[in-house]
Design a protein around this ligand. Structure first.
Ligand code: HEM
Length: 527
C-alpha cells in the first residue's frame, strides 16, 4: 500500500491541468458534463421496488458527484456523512458509486455473507491492466481459479507452521532496529521511527518473499525497491487514475500517452527488478515464498503470476505494518503505566524461561496482546482497506447495492462503533484482555467474534495478516524487553507529546503526523 501522500480534490485537478495540453482540459470537462447529463437522463433507476434507498449526501453535482466535497483526508467527510445519514451511504466519486459501510454487522453481511458477489476489485487502468499484467497476482485481480490458488499458496507458506524459519530470517533485522532507535535517541535526543520501521518492515517482507535482506538504506537495492514502490504507489493513486472516476479524462490520457507510459514503467523498471529478485531466490538456498510458489502447480507457478504476487506483497505489506507500529510508538509514549505493565508481564516470562517469548506463546502475554489490538482499533492503518466491487446486484438489510458499485469498509467508523466497542473514543489498554486469539484467526470469524477489522473482509481478507502479526509481536517483545518509550523533550526539558489526533492521508495508509519519540535503554533489562 502506497506511502505517497494523497491529493486533495483541488490539488488533484490542478495537477491534471498542469500536466495536460491546455485547451484539452476545458474541452474535456465541458464534454464530460454534457455527456453525463445526456447519459444519466437515459439511465435506469437502480432502486428496485420494495428496497430501501441507500442515503446519499446532499451536494452531488453532475458528473463530478461529491468529489469537490472531499478534503485531504476523505474519510473525515465520509464520517460526517455517516453521522448524518447512518451506517451505509452512497457517495458519488465522479461516475463511480461508492457504498461506504460503517457498521460491523452490516459490513459482515456485505463482504462475508454476500462475499461471492462483493469480492471483485474495481477496474483501474494502471493497477488492473498494466501493474497486474491483466489480472495476475492477488491485489488487483478479481477472483478466478488462479487467484484462489495463489492466495491459498501464500497462506500455506506464510503460516504458523513456518513461524520459526520465517522469524529466524528477520529477527536479526528486528534486533538491529532496536539498536538503531536507541542509538539515534542517544545521538540526537529523539528518533523519528518512520524510516527505521519502514526499513525493517521492508526487510521482513523481503526475507519472507525472497530469503533476502538489505544491509542499509545506502544499499542500491534499497534505493531501487523504494523507487519502484513509490512510483507504483503514485501511478495507482487518484491523480493518475482519474479516468476511473471521470472517464472522459481518457481523452487527456490518450493525448499524453499515459497507458504507454505506465506499461513502459512496468516493463523497464518493475519487471526487471522482480525478475532479478526471483532468480536470486531460486539460486539461493533459503526457503521463501517465491521459491515455494515456483515449485507449485500450474495455476500458481507461472512466472508473471509469481512476479506480480511478490510485488503485491511488498506493496501491501511494507507500509501497513510499519504504520501500525508507528501508531503504537506514539500512543504508548503517552502511557508510561501501560508500558510498565507490558514490561512486568514480559519480564515474568523472561524470568521463567530465560528467553523472549514467541508468537505461539502469546497466551503468556494477554496484556501485551490486548494493547496491540487496542492500538490497531484506536488508530486503524488504512482509511477504507482496499475497495471491493459488486459483481452482481445484492440486497442487505433491505438495501440494494447494484452490480458495478464499489463497496468500501470505513475503517475509522467501524472501529468507533459504540455497540462493538463501548467508550470507543477512549484508548482502553485492557479492552481485549480476554481475547488472546491470533489476529489472523479472528479476521476470519463472524463480525461479532472479531477483535478488529484492520485486515479487511471475507474472500479478500489480508493474506499477509499472519506475517504482519509475527512482525508486530517480534518487534514488540524486543522493544519492551530492552527499552522505554518516552515523548521527546523541548529545550527546557518538558515533554512534547506526539500528536495522536491528526491523521495523514498517505495513499491507502494513514500514519501519524510526526512519529517522533525518545527510546531509552532499560537499566533493569533482564536480557
Ligand atoms: C498491519 C499490517 C497489515 C494490514 C493492516 C493489512 C491490511 C490489509 C487490508 C485491509 C487488505 C484488503 C482486504 C480486503 O480487500 O478486504 C489487505 C490485502 C492484502 N494484504 Fe494486507 N495488511 C497488512 C499486512 C500485510 C502483509 C505483511 C502482507 C504481505 C504478505 C500483506 C499482503 C496483502 C495482500 C497480498 C493483499 C491482497 C488480498 C486480496 O486482494 O485478495 N498485508 N491487507
Amino acid at each position: 500500500m502506497t506511502s505517497q501522500r494523497d491529493l486533495t480534490t483541488t490539488e488533484l485537478f490542478n495537477k491534471i491541468i498542469s500536466n495536460t495540453p491546455g485547451g484539452a482540459v476545458v474541452v474535456t470537462l465541458g464534454a464530460a458534463a454534457c455527456t453525463y447529463l445526456l447519459v444519466s437522463s437515459f439511465k435506469n433507476n437502480n432502486n428496485k421496488i420494495g428496497w430501501r434507498e441507500v442515503p446519499s449526501p446532499k451536494g452531488s453535482v453532475p458528473y463530478f458527484g461529491h468529489l469537490f466535497k472531499l478534503d485531504e483526508v476523505p474519510v473525515k467527510q465520509f464520517n460526517k456523512w455517516h453521522e448524518e445519514l447512518g451506517p451505509i451511504i452512497k457517495v458519488n466519486m465522479g461516475v463511480r458509486e461508492w457504498y461506504s459501510i460503517a457498521d460491523p454487522l452490516l459490513a459482515h453481511q456485505v463482504f462475508n455473507i454476500n462475499g461471492k458477489s462483493t469480492s471483485g476489485r474495481p477496474h483501474a487502468t494502471f493497477m488492473t491492466e498494466c501493474y497486474a499484467l491483466g489480472g495476475k497476482g492477488i491485489v488487483a485481480g478479481s477472483p478466478s481459479t488462479q487467484f484462489n490458488k495463489t492466495r491459498g499458496a501464500m497462506l500455506q507458506v506464510i503460516s504458523s507452521k513456518n513461524r520459526a524459519s520465517i522469524e529466524k530470517l528477520f529477527n536479526p533485522d528486528v534486533d538491529a532496529f532496536v539498536e538503531k532507535i536507541l542509538d539515534i535517541t542517544t545521538k540526537k535526543g529523539s528518533v523519528n521511527v518512520l524510516e527505521p520501521l519502514h526499513f525493517t518492515s521492508l526487510n521482513v517482507i523481503l526475507t519472507a518473499c525472497f530469503g533476502k535482506r538489505i544491509e542499509s538504506t545506502e544499499d542500491p537495492l534499497f534505493k531501487e525497491i523504494t523507487s519502484v514502490m513509490s512510483e507504483t504507489g503514485r501511478r495507482a493513486g487518484p491523480a493518475e487514475e482519474i479516468t476511473s472516476f471521470l472517464p472522459i479524462m481518457g481523452i487527456v490520457d490518450f493525448l499524453i500517452r499515459k497507458k504507454r507510459n505506465m506499461r513502459q514503467f512496468v516493463q523497464e523498471k518493475r519487471d526487471p527488478l522482480f525478475t532479478q529478485l526471483i532468480q536470486e531466490a531460486v539460486e539461493g538456498d533459503v526457503d521463501c515464498l517465491a521459491k515455494s510458489m515456483l515449485a507449485m502447480e500450474d495455476d500458481v507457478n507461472e512466472f508473471t503470476n509469481v512476479m506480480v504476487t511478490m510485488s503485491d506483497s511488498i506493496m501491501a505489506g511494507t507500509d501497513t505494518s510499519a504504520v501500525m507500529l508507528q501508531w503504537a510508538f506514539v500512543i504508548l509514549s503517552r502511557y508510561p503505566k501501560v508500558q510498565q505493565e507490558i514490561r512486568e508481564e514480559l519480564d515474568q516470562f523472561i524470568c521463567e524461561h530465560r528467553r523472549l517469548p514467541t508468537l505461539d506463546e502469546r497466551e503468556s502475554l494477554p496484556y501485551s496482546i490486548s494493547v496491540q489490538k487496542e492500538c490497531m482499533r484506536y488508530k486503524p492503518a488504512t482509511m477504507f482497506g482496499l475497495p471491493h466491487e459488486c459483481t452482481e446486484d445484492i440486497e442487505v438489510s433491505g438495501y440494494h447495492i447494484p452490480k458495478g458499485a464499489t463497496v468500501v469498509s470505513n475503517m475509522f467508523a467501524l472501529h468507533r462503533n459504540e455497540e462493538f466497542y463501548p467508550n470507543a473514543d477512549k484508548f482502553i489498554p485492557d479492552r481485549f484482555l480476554n481475547d488472546t486469539r491470533a489476529m489472523h484467526q479472528s479476521a476470519n470469524s463472524s463480525a461479532e467474534k472479531r477483535d478488529h477489522f484492520n485486515f479487511g473482509w471475507g474472500r479478500r481478507v489480508c493474506p499477509g495478516a499472519y506475517l504482519a502479526e509475527l512482525e508486530i509481536f517480534n518487534i514488540w517483545v524486543r522493544v519492551f524487553a530492552k527499552c522505554v518509550i518516552k515523548p521527546p523533550l523541548d529545550g527546557n526539558g518538558n515533554p512534547i507529546y506526539p500528536d495522536i489526533d491528526t491523521i495523514i492521508n498517505a495513499g491507502i495508509v494513514t500514519p501519524p503526523k510526526n512519529p517522533i519519540v525518545r527510546v531509552i535503554k532499560r537499566t533493569d533489562a533482564l536480557l
